[in-house]
Design a protein around this ligand. Sequence first.
Ligand code: DGP
Ligand code: NA
Ligand code: NA
Length: 210
Amino acid sequence: GGCGGKGGRGALVVLEGLDRSGKSSQCARLLSFLKGKGCDADGWRFPDRTTSVGQMISAYLANQSQLDDRTVHLLFSANRWEKRGLMESKLLSGTTLIVDRYSHSGVAFSAAKGLDLEWCKAPENGLIAPDLVIYLDVQPEKAAERGGYGDERYEKIEFQKKVADYYLSLRDSTWKVVDGSLPMETVEEQLRELVTKCIQECQGKPLANL
Ligand code: DGP
Ligand code: NA
Ligand code: NA
């Protein structure tokens, strides 16, 4: 508890966006803001490269292993499933989770490879549904100018453009689009407002599944 009232559940807040859209920095800033207010909050990220499934994914992303596209898709999904139990207990015990990528990454990146959209969505069914998805909107060309780009498998402009199109097609009522090309402090301020409101509003709502 702390920021949402006593006994309430935590919120599941997901940040999505292209590679180098600023998600990871904004997740860190958001987390320190929430903790500073006395909120019970944890920062998570997917893929979680610390598990054995996550290590297979990490080797694949670093081009150290070759895997069939559908196999990789199911590994990313399995990596979310292996954390579902802990996610549920954290949320029910009042911890808000700020998550760097989740199911929408799974669908957008695999569909951009040409896999069938509905097939891509299927293994995500039954995972916990986010209360809020914040999409950091940055043009692929702008993201590519940011440091460190191009080191991993998917960090190519043409591919990222396809991912962006799929992300847009996945937008639903839980999505808020934030202009990620604005100054970092402006983005940060918008995220604080969205998340503070979300934590208050989700108190009375039960957890839902995708
Ligand atoms: P990150 O650690 O956030 O930089 O993500 C690593 C890369 O993996 C990035 O290019 C996005 C991609 N990715 C993240 N989640 C998934 C997923 O579920 N499926 C696929 N195919 N790619 C993903
Ligand atoms: Na990346
Ligand atoms: Na990241």
